[in-house]
Design a protein around this ligand. Structure first.
Ligand SMILES: Cc1cc2nc3c(=O)[nH]c(=O)nc-3n(C[C@H](O)[C@H](O)[C@H](O)COP(=O)(O)OP(=O)(O)OC[C@H]3O[C@@H](n4cnc5c(N)ncnc54)[C@H](O)[C@@H]3O)c2cc1C
Length: 402
């Protein structure tokens, strides 16, 4: 007998039809294969009219954040319906136009820890892809040892006065708002941390993009000098910032791993890359046996990871949300993401060596840049060594000295 948790098959089919119909009416085929303009790490891609219309159509439905509650602008879909949506979008070559840090990290955290007013104020704009958020966590002396952060928010009665510096703020120069962890009590390392929301156009916020050797500036130094932050921008209670901030990292890590469904695409399937660049024998197999082995080996491990990750994410959700398992997913998913890029470059041969100039297609140049950017997968969101520490302590239950 069908239950509420397991919708009947004919209901699923009706939903699948609704999705197909929506995609046929709203997803412009010209956008096939294009990415999410909001989620770009190299800066906000200017949306053209078609991209804007597609974002607005998805935002209206709430399907960019399919399982978020309808009352805050989410899709209100069941997990099964969300999977159907994903499947049909995949078939149509449609991408999710709603993304960025608001979707991947801040939104889920605010839904868990925010007040009713905060949810009503911030979640709908995230669900519609209307604003950009950045993450104010790292400081010059607080990276892996994040709780060492020194940015101080002084209680001034009806507001806080924030002074200090954040660094590696991805997209800080384009963000409308920042979710930050700051110190409200200097006498207690962990319990002296609070989680607050800062408007990036507040007087006293200065953003200096960090120029990389490639010429790109995907992240910034962010300075706060006497920045007034209203008391209602505190999420949770004073002193709860470490707990809320760590929870956000679990959402971030699940997404970075590729297991969250909304994370950065780790690239095309290896078989697709091989079809384009490798030589095939009369049996339709990759002619180079060593390369064939490598592709098969990678695909098996990648599929195994995705299945395991899906199970782990479902288990965590059933037990109340994300968990420390996010560290296992991040460690494995980011390593596989790096291997995937390496292998793609190897299959592409000479075409995988371009940085700029003629002789390389746009997607080849993007592939090389993605391979280089992929080096950061194992650093941001907490380095692999830090994930190892968390896994040892919190998943395996080992004591610090073991
Ligand atoms: C592309 C990119 C984007 C980023 N975006 C943001 C952002 O938007 N917002 C933000 O707040 N931060 C951001 N970061 C910062 C990121 O979170 C930090 O770089 C990361 O947490 C590591 O901190 P760190 O750079 O200070 O290195 P450190 O903490 O100095 O670590 C240096 C090395 O020592 C190792 N190490 C340190 N402590 C230990 C330990 N206890 N045990 C074992 N090994 C250890 C680390 O694993 C690492 O290999 C970004 C980083 C990158 C690369």
């Amino acid at each position: 007998m069908a239950t509420l948790a397991e919708p009947r098959a004919d209901t699923d089919e009706a939903f699948r039809e609704e999705v197909r119909d929506f995609l046929a009416k709203n997803f412009p085929p010209e956008l096939k294969g294009k990415g999410n303009a909001l989620a770009s790490v190299e800066g906000p891609t200017q949306e053209d009219a078609q991209q804007k219309a597609w974002r607005e159509a998805m935002g209206e439905k709430g399907w960019g954040v399919p399982t978020w509650p309808k009352e805050y602008g989410g899709g209100g879909l069941s997990k099964k319906q969300a999977r159907i949506l994903q499947e049909e979008m995949g078939k149509a070559g449609a991408y999710n136009p709603i993304g960025g840090m608001g979707v991947m990290m801040f939104g889920p955290t605010l839904l868990e820890s925010g007040s009713e007013e905060q949810k009503r104020e911030h979640i709908p704009a995230i669900a519609k892809g209307e604003i950009r958020w950045c993450q104010g966590y790292s400081e010059p002396n607080a990276g892996s040892d994040l709780a060492n952060l020194q940015t101080f928010a002084e209680d001034k009665g009806d507001h806080y006065l924030v002074n200090g510096q954040k660094t590696w703020t991805s997209g800080g120069q384009w963000a409308d708002k920042c979710f930050a962890i700051v110190r409200t009590d200097k006498s207690d390392k962990h319990n002296g941390i609070s989680f607050m929301l800062i408007d990036m156009d507040s007087p006293g916020v200065e953003v200096r993009p960090i120029q990389m050797i490639s010429g790109l500036s995907p992240f910034c130094e962010t300075f706060f000098t006497d920045v007034k932050v209203p008391k209602e921008n505190l999420v949770g209670k004073e002193g709860q910032g470490w707990t809320i901030g760590k929870r956000l990292l679990q959402h971030e890590r699940t997404n970075i791993s590729g297991a969250g469904g909304g994370g950065r695409a780790m690239g095309a399937a290896m078989s697709e890359v091989a079809k384009k660049y490798a030589e095939f024998d009369a049996n339709g197999e990759i002619a180079d046996k060593v390369l064939r082995d490598k592709v098969a080996d990678f695909e098996i491990r990648w599929q195994a990871f995705l299945l395991t990750a899906r199970r782990a994410v479902e288990e965590s959700k059933a037990a109340g949300g994300v968990s420390e398992i996010s560290s296992v997913l991040k460690k494995l998913g980011t390593k596989l993401g790096q291997e995937r890029s390496e292998l793609a470059i190897e299959i592409m041969g000479l075409q995988g060596l371009g940085w700029e100039g003629e002789g390389f297609s746009e997607s080849e140049l993007a592939g090389v840049r993605a391979w280089l950017f992929g080096k950061a997968f194992t650093i941001y969101g907490g380095s692999t060594e830090i994930q190892n520490n968390i896994i040892a302590k919190r998943v395996l239950g080992m004591l610090d000295h073991q």
